[in-house]
Design a protein around this ligand. Structure first.
Ligand code: MRU
Length: 365
């Protein structure tokens, strides 16, 4: 995996063979395995089992899932049926419904015979657009890092949570886009990477991609951020998001809210990188965002690489202790310093969001 992945993206379709390929993220950072997707069922499984994850990548994979469904059967029934299957995979990331709505609206207007090629072309376009959105967020967000670098002597310390990087998108990432742009600009940066229990997307994925890209970083247990902020060792927080409501409330990986609280208490700016497909203007507030609850085994067990080179899963909770596994939390807009969008850095409130994105179509499928 490289950051500027003209050759290896988180999802890609080979123009010659037409094969759609993903990286199996469940095997990272220990094994780099590419997996072909040849059917909608495989795309749905990849999303549900988190071979792919991260809101923008879930959206792109759903788009290819619809395209694969159309290749097998371009009928109206199959188009509607693809929502039944794909739409139930992951509830919080609105990009999935956004991508599906876009595919459905375009394909429903076409005759069935025209749908297979048009669907693949539109899925390709959605993937390419995601790369462009991330680059634009990087260009806007790097100014925040640059202004801190100008104010202080020494490196700029950025804290991030979960993986909102190249692996959560088609390429470049949302929260990482300004970080990569800062690196390209020669700014002296360092990233605190929250491990992000229970699935460890920070330790496994963000660390993996920052290491590959040569970004100085340190992995920390999730509970460390508050301590670092009190010590003056965090200059800003940048996280991604799975859905932003019309009032600017932000759903993101569980634990994000606690980082926002600590940031507010310590006067640390807290930014959220938001590509417009993650905006849900149909929801008045974050209270209405569905929060995914995942299987308890993600909490009760952990996987890792043994000294023998095998990947093993072990139990870390007493057999019989109940566990809870809420995938996401909502950070109230009042704790968000700003939203880094493809159209600039804006305030996290309805007025700013409607002014910037009111021209965009509804996100509901
Ligand atoms: O459960 P995941 O791994 O899909 O959660 C991902 C996150 O919470 C990311 O921070 C979010 O999707 C933003 S990705 C650009």
């Amino acid at each position: 995996m490289r950051r500027n992945t003209e050759t290896i993206r988180s999802i890609a379709r080979d123009p010659a063979t037409g094969i759609v390929t993903i990286i199996d993220q469940t095997q990272l950072p220990h094994r780099f395995v590419l997996v072909p997707l040849t059917s909608m069922a495989q795309a749905a499984h990849a999303i549900r089992a988190m071979l792919v994850r991260g809101a923008p990548l879930i959206g792109a994979t759903a788009a290819y899932g619809v395209a694969l469904a159309m290749r097998a059967d371009p009928s109206d029934g199959a188009l509607a049926g693809s929502l039944d299957v794909l739409g139930r995979t992951r509830p919080t990331a609105v990009n999935l419904m956004w991508a599906f709505a876009r595919m459905r609206d375009a394909l429903a207007r076409l005759s069935p015979s025209a749908r297979p090629d048009a669907a693949m072309a539109l899925a390709d376009a959605i993937a390419e657009e995601d790369v462009a959105l991330c680059r634009a967020m990087g260009a806007h967000g790097v100014a925040l890092i640059d202004s801190i670098a100008r104010r202080k002597a020494g490196r700029v310390n950025i804290l991030t949570h979960c993986n909102a990087g190249a692996l959560a998108t088609v390429d470049i990432g949302t929260a990482t886009a300004p970080i990569y742009a800062a690196l390209d600009k020669g700014l002296d940066i360092h990233v605190w990477v929250d491990e992000t229990r229970p699935r460890n997307q920070g330790a496994s994925l963000t660390a993996f991609e920052l290491l590959s890209a040569g970004v100085p970083h340190t992995v920390i247990p999730d509970n460390t951020g508050g301590h670092l902020m009190r010590q003056g060792l965090v200059d800003l927080v940048i996280v991604g998001t799975d859905r932003v409501a019309a009032n600017g409330d932000v759903a993101n990986k569980i634990g994000t809210y606690l980082k926002a609280l600590a940031a507010r208490d310590n006067g640390v700016p807290f930014y959220v990188a938001l590509p417009s497909p993650t905006l849900d203007l149909t929801l008045a507030s974050g209270d209405l965002i569905p929060i995914e609850e995942r299987g308890g085994e993600e909490v009760s067990h952990m996987s890792g690489l043994t000294a023998q080179g095998t990947i093993e899963t072990v139990r870390v909770v007493p057999d019989g202790s109940p566990v809870a596994n809420f995938g996401f939390d909502v950070t109230p807009a009042r704790l968000v310093t700003g939203l880094i969008t493809e159209r600039g850095v804006i305030a996290a409130n309805r007025t700013a969001l409607v002014a910037a994105f009111g021209d965009r179509e509804s996100r509901a499928a």
